[in-house]
Design a binder for this molecule. Structure first.
Ligand code: APR
Length: 296
């Protein structure tokens, strides 16, 4: 029964409190690379090696170019049917909470109700001060260029998504951006601004984690949707099991869900595992609540 859509629909009909834990696979069909897939490299760098305080300390210009490239990609991507299905589920069911590791802004652009969305790893479009003693943050700033140096590095940004971005084109050397020409904090006036995301080795926002725990503990969780994540990065990787109680169904939606590795994630007879693209599978799973999704 683990991959029966009618069996899942029967469960959904009996479910009220639903949690989703999303990862990069949800945005894969929007054209954004995942972290640990074959495309999880930026030029010759491991994406995971650039997303760290150490990398920023060593070469902030390099890390900012990586984020300038990711902002560029995310701005040009469009939310897919998976993001829209989750947003509609949130509108139809006030007891649905979506936790996302994605920093690409696509949930918000799919009009996901903000009270039912927690961005565990922050946002590519937020800024914060890199000094641990300064609390300055700047909210989403989509259009304004970060600083002239980064705008110049991406000056030949392609207009079509199939064209290669200059920051990705390994035939061209990367420019060197000195720290002095990167954006600086307006409050402390000394430290550099950095992307408003959570890096390896850093903690998630403690208020957000407390709200999440409170939501999970308040009452039994009926369904946990685990969508497009390798479940390797903590604490996100532990949320589904933390939310499990008697009768909870953990539902995996992942391209590899029906591989031996994917099936090994099934813990309980109430669990489900659906293999395929999240943008295609989620709308089918949620159809009884969100209606039929017709691609234009
Ligand atoms: N539909 C569903 N699942 C997919 C799709 C797709 N179209 N494409 C890929 N996947 C799956 C992969 O099989 C993999 O399990 O999505 C998962 C992506 O895993 P990761 O690349 O590890 O991404 P994620 O789990 O989001 O990474 C967690 O790591 O580097 C950090 O902070 C970053 O938030 C990120 C965190």
């Amino acid at each position: 029964n683990y991959n029966s859509i009618p069996a899942f629909h029967a469960k959904l009909a009996r479910s009220r409190r639903i949690l989703a834990v999303c990862g990069a696979g949800l945005s894969a069909s929007s054209g954004l690379p995942t972290f640990r897939g074959a495309d999880g490299l930026w030029r010759n760098y491991e994406a995971t090696a650039l997303a760290s305080p150490k990398a920023f300390k060593n070469d902030p210009g390099m890390v900012w170019m990586f984020y300038a490239y990711r902002r560029h990609m995310a701005l040009r991507a469009e939310p897919n049917a998976g993001h829209y299905a989750l947003a509609e589920l949130a509108r139809q069911n006030p007891e649905f909470l979506c936790l996302s590791q994605n920093v690409d802004n696509l949930h918000i652009r799919a009009n996901h109700p903000s009270g039912q969305l927690k961005l565990l790893h922050g946002s590519l479009f937020a800024l914060k001060c890199s000094s641990p003693t300064c609390s300055y943050t700047e909210p989403e700033n989509l259009e304004s260029p970060l600083c002239p140096a980064l705008a110049a590095a991406a000056v030949d940004a392609p207009s079509s998504p199939t064209e290669i971005h200059p920051l990705l084109d390994t035939t061209k050397p990367l420019p060197t951006i000195p720290p002095s020409s990167l954006p600086h904090c307006a409050q402390c006036q000394t430290a550099l601004l950095r992307p408003g995301v959570v890096w390896f080795g850093e903690s998630l926002d403690s208020d957000m984690l407390a709200d999440m725990d409170e939501w999970i503990r308040r009452e039994k969780v009926d369904v946990v949707l685990v969508v497009g994540t390798s479940s390797l990065v903590w604490p996100a990787a532990g949320i589904a099991e933390a939310a499990r109680g008697p009768g909870t169904s953990v539902v995996h939606v992942n391209v590899d869900a029906e591989s031996p590795e994917g099936l090994a994630r099934l813990v309980d007879k109430e669990d489900f595992s659906f293999g395929g693209d999240a943008a295609e599978v989620l709308p089918r799973l949620l159809e009884p609540v969100v209606g039929r999704w017709d691609e234009e």
